[in-house]
Structure formats: structure tokens, C-alpha cells
Write a protein that binds this ligand. Structure first.
Ligand SMILES: [Zn+2]
Length: 371
């Protein structure tokens, strides 16, 4: 292939091409990936599989962030006890590397608590953060911190957030589960005693803040259509700049939480808005990863929601797409995974959701300097 290229290009063009490819390929395409991932950002679109991404592409005016990744693969999602997973079992599988039963958080099907990748990387000296557009006690963020046999025990899950020493940044909703509890315990006070600082909004967080806690709503933050605004992209921008101050790097989990609820509601306007918000947030992290090349960025999903299909309308012209939902629940579809940065080459082919933990762990291990 190189010989043909030389024949058809002038010497100058070839030189330019060589310079371009040699400076840009080392990180993203080199299969030996000599760099260690210092920072890891794991972004989860809840309920977002290939149909939701195709849907977003149909509505986008520019290229979506998903097309800018060097490596892509597919993820099998079934849980320990069900062919179709819920967000608790899928979140736990991604977070801990072990399958569990639907409904269970941070523990295996024998109710044994398992450390999450967030906790493991904190033990390696990294800063850690969670930024989500749902209550922080909801299944996906809970799977990275809490250990509970039921996702419904939200007040117990909040207690796990309040007592953990593995987390440095927490942005989402769910204030009620910390403040207005059946046991009348004020978990926010407990967190402040443990070094957290509570902020009423993301833009109040100082540039040198440590352990910022933002719980923007009693339960879930608003939908985008109801005026949530840039909570997720702004939260991620703030989290990245605070976490990046640690010389050992960081782990950040981001969830586009409400893509799932748009699917449950079979609501295309809601889905469009939440996919736009998640895409915008991915763009921010892609930009950060470009400026900080020791960053492994992974974007994936826990499962598909709604059984969305993009089909031709009845005119058979193939020029009009109809969006049809086959269910108001989850489906068994595989989910896509996208990766860029050191260790990204591991995220290709078909993998299980439990493989993600080990692939991240491999990527952060110190590697010998390239010869
Ligand atoms: Zn769901």
C-alpha cells in the first residue's frame, strides 16, 4: 500500500504525510501502546446502544463524538440471573468485573461485596469522581461506591456514599436521601465532617476546591427538556480540572443517566435532547484527552432501552426513517464501546461487560519505557 502511495503522491506530499502519520499515530493507533493510562474517564450512556447512536446521528448537524474514537467494540450485557439486565447488575458488572443478579449493587450474586474499579484505582493513589444526571444513589453511580442487595435501598446507598473514603468529587441529584431520611440522620453533616464541602451549584465550586459535593435536586435532576441545562457538561468540566491536579492521575465515571428514561417513555424528543447532552459531554472529555494524552477515555452503555429501531416508512422509498420502539423496557442488544488513549486498543471485538474492569486495570499498570 505504501508503494502505491509513493507513486501517486509527490515527494512533498509524501513527506507531509509521513510527518503527520508519525506524530499522530503513536498514541491512538500503535498496538503496542507503550504509554500507561494515568487518567481514566469511563462514560456510560444508560440505555444507549447502536440504535440510540444512529438516532442521534440522524438528528445531528455535525459529526458526533462517537465517530472520533480510535477503537470500537461490542459488549455483551446479560446479568447473572437474567438474559436482559437492569442497570444495577450491568453497572455492577462494569464497575466490579463480576456478574450479579438484577437489582443488586456492588456485590456478587452470593451477596459478597466487591471493590469497584473506582475504589481499586483510588487505592493506587488516583483521585476519583462521579458526575451523573440522576440521583447519585441511582443504580449506575451506586454500583461504583455502594454495596447493597437492592438498588431500592436508596437511603442505605446514600450512607455508603457518606462513609466512603474512596471518592473526591460527587455531582448529581438525590439530596433527599442524604438529608430527609426516615432515620432523621443528616448525612451531609457527616460528609462535611469527613472533609466534603457542599455547594448549591456547580459554578460555585472554587478552582482549588477539595471534595466538592453537589446534590442539585431532591431526587433526580430535571430532564433537558424541563431545563436541566448544562449540568452534565459543566459538572464534567469542573471535575476534570479538579481531579487533574493529582500527580498520580484520576478515575472519573460519568453517566448520561436519562437516555434510559427517554427509552422507557418511548419519547423521541426526550431521547434526542439527552443524546445531544451526552454527546456534548463526550466532546469535552475528548478535548481534555487530546490535551492530556495519558488519558484513557472509554464510552459505553449498560444496556439498550426501548428496543428502538430505525425503519423505512410504508412508501418503500427508503428515504424516510420511522423511529419505532418495541418495548418500554430494556432489550438484550449488545452495547457499543468506544475507546481512545493508552490501553484503548484492548476495547475491540466482542467482550463481556465484566471484561471492562480488567482492561482498565491493565491500562493503568506501569509499562516499560519504549525502546
Ligand atoms: Zn432502565
Amino acid at each position: 500500500m505504501k508503494k502505491n502511495t509513493i507513486k501517486t503522491f509527490s515527494g512533498f506530499s509524501f513527506l507531509l504525510m509521513f510527518v503527520f502519520s508519525s506524530c499522530c499515530n503513536t498514541q491512538q493507533k500503535d498496538n503496542s501502546s507503550p504509554m500507561t493510562a494515568k487518567n481514566v474517564v469511563l462514560m456510560i450512556g444508560d440505555g444507549m446502544s447502536v440504535p440510540q447512536i444512529c438516532f442521534a446521528m440522524e438528528h445531528a448537524e455535525t459529526t458526533l463524538a462517537f465517530e472520533k474514537f480510535a477503537y470500537t467494540g461490542l459488549v455483551k450485557t446479560r446479568s447473572k440471573n437474567a438474559k436482559i439486565t437492569d442497570s444495577a447488575a450491568a453497572g455492577t458488572a462494569i464497575a466490579t468485573g463480576q456478574k450479579t443478579n438484577n437489582g443488586m449493587i456492588g456485590m456478587n450474586s452470593d451477596s459478597i461485596p466487591i471493590p469497584s474499579i473506582l475504589e481499586t484505582l483510588k487505592d493506587l493513589g488516583k483521585n476519583t469522581g462521579i458526575v451523573v444526571s440522576c440521583a447519585v444513589t441511582h443504580a449506575t453511580p451506586a454500583a461504583f461506591i455502594a454495596k447493597n442487595c437492592s438498588r431500592n435501598n436508596k437511603e442505605e446507598i446514600a450512607e455508603d456514599f457518606a462513609s466512603t473514603d474512596k471518592l473526591d468529587v460527587l455531582i448529581g441529584g438525590g439530596r433527599k436521601y442524604f438529608l430527609n431520611r426516615k432515620d432523621s440522620v443528616n448525612l451531609i453533616e457527616k460528609m462535611i465532617q469527613n472533609g466534603w464541602k457542599l455547594y448549591d451549584s456547580i459554578n460555585q465550586i472554587e478552582v482549588d476546591a477539595t471534595k466538592p459535593l453537589v446534590l442539585l435536586s431532591d431526587r433526580h435532576p430535571k430532564t433537558i427538556l424541563e431545563g436541566r441545562g448544562d449540568m452534565l457538561p459543566d459538572g464534567v468540566t469542573t471535575a476534570l480540572s479538579l481531579l487533574n491536579k493529582n500527580e498520580n492521575g484520576f478515575f472519573l465515571m460519568v453517566e448520561g443517566s436519562q437516555i434510559d428514561w427517554a427509552g422507557h417513555n418511548n419519547d423521541t424528543e426526550y431521547l434526542k435532547a439527552e443524546m445531544e447532552d451526552f454527546n456534548k459531554t463526550i466532546e469535552i472529555v475528548l478535548d481534555f484527552a487530546q490535551k492530556n494524552p495519558e488519558t484513557l477515555l472509554i464510552v459505553t452503555a449498560d444496556h439498550e432501552t426501548g428496543g428502538l429501531t430505525l425503519v423505512s416508512d410504508s412508501t418503500n422509498t427508503y428515504n424516510a426513517i420511522k423511529y419505532k420502539f418495541a418495548t418500554t423496557n430494556h432489550s438484550a442488544l449488545m452495547t457499543p464501546i468506544f475507546a481512545i488513549g493508552p490501553g484503548a486498543e484492548q476495547f475491540t471485538g466482542i467482550m463481556d461487560n465484566t471484561d471492562i474492569y480488567n482492561k482498565i486495570y491493565q491500562a493503568v499498570q506501569k509499562k516499560d519505557e519504549p525502546k
